[in-house]
Design a protein around this ligand. Sequence first.
Ligand SMILES: [Fe+2]
Length: 379
Amino acid sequence: MATDKTALNLPKENPEAEDFLPILGTDYIELYVGNAKQAAYYYMSAWGFQPLAYSGLETGLKDRASYVLKQDKIRLVLTSPLKSGGDINRHIEAHGDGVKVIALWVDDARKSYSETVSRGAVSYMEPKVIKDVEGEVVLSGIQTYGETVHTFVERKNYKGAFMPGYRRWDPFYKAPDVGLKYIDHIVGNVGWNEMNKWCKFYAHVMGFAQLVSFDDKDISTEYTALMSKVMSNGNGRIKFPINEPASGRKKSQIEEFINFYNGSGVQHIALATDNIIETVGSLKARGVEFLTIPPSYYENVLDRVGKIDEDLAPLSELGILIDRDDEGYLLQIFTKPILDRPTMFIEIIQRKGAKSFGKGNFKALFEAIEREQESRGTL
Ligand SMILES: [Fe+2]
């Protein structure tokens, strides 16, 4: 994994973004979960992730176990506590299983820390160097919305599987991958009137620029509403939409999230594929449940989005949504919540030129979510 790549060599996509925090991409997402061993089996079997690394009692840790999974550029870390008490247990008690760390792959973890903390970020982890025989990684971290944190990972001097402290994990069981390629965007839900505060945080503290915004006129149904702004770094590899609830006749899906998560947190992770029909077909065959869209959606969708390369039949069979912007089109689909609490879900997205987020699908999508909320008695 050692690399000479530097974020400063990547083309700039967002002219308004600043360059004081060069980021190469998402390094990993770490979830705190009740049972990491079984969660790892779920993400391998259902989602096609491959085993990569492990740390726990066998590697000298006394209080936790972590499983690292990989699919192309996507890395997930699943961590469970081994003893009662402590921060991980408290996090799970408060939020259920959920995302604790959105780790960013940087050229310089010390500079990432000093640049952000000097601009007002609250420290999560002062820069530290961790080493083993395969090299060294520099880590640091800052707090973001809710109890979520960003770590900065500098791994240019490391060639091991994941990072010092972990050993390669190569169990006999492996499931075929499903064609997931990279993390397209990670969405945060924040509380009432907090969207602008967190967008300012990403702009001022991290140098991001705002890509687009949606207000409650864009994103509302008869019942529920939300507002959203998308923040992105200079090279566009990091895209963080931030949602807040808006008032509607009934309870918004964002409020439902905030209630069950006990505060702000990661609502969904969008994973990119080059062939959404195959990817979603495999996921469904392995039991992943997606929101269902009424057949009427497909009756006039091509009038709205124009000509697309794919046949409509498999898209409508799988419930894949289509939207177009000035630069092209995109195909997307959303799972039901993947946890017992109606909190986090996963989006699968295939971009065919479009750089947007599926605004044209919001209405159909939110009506589908409302049908689910109705069944949970939380609308
Ligand atoms: Fe999304």
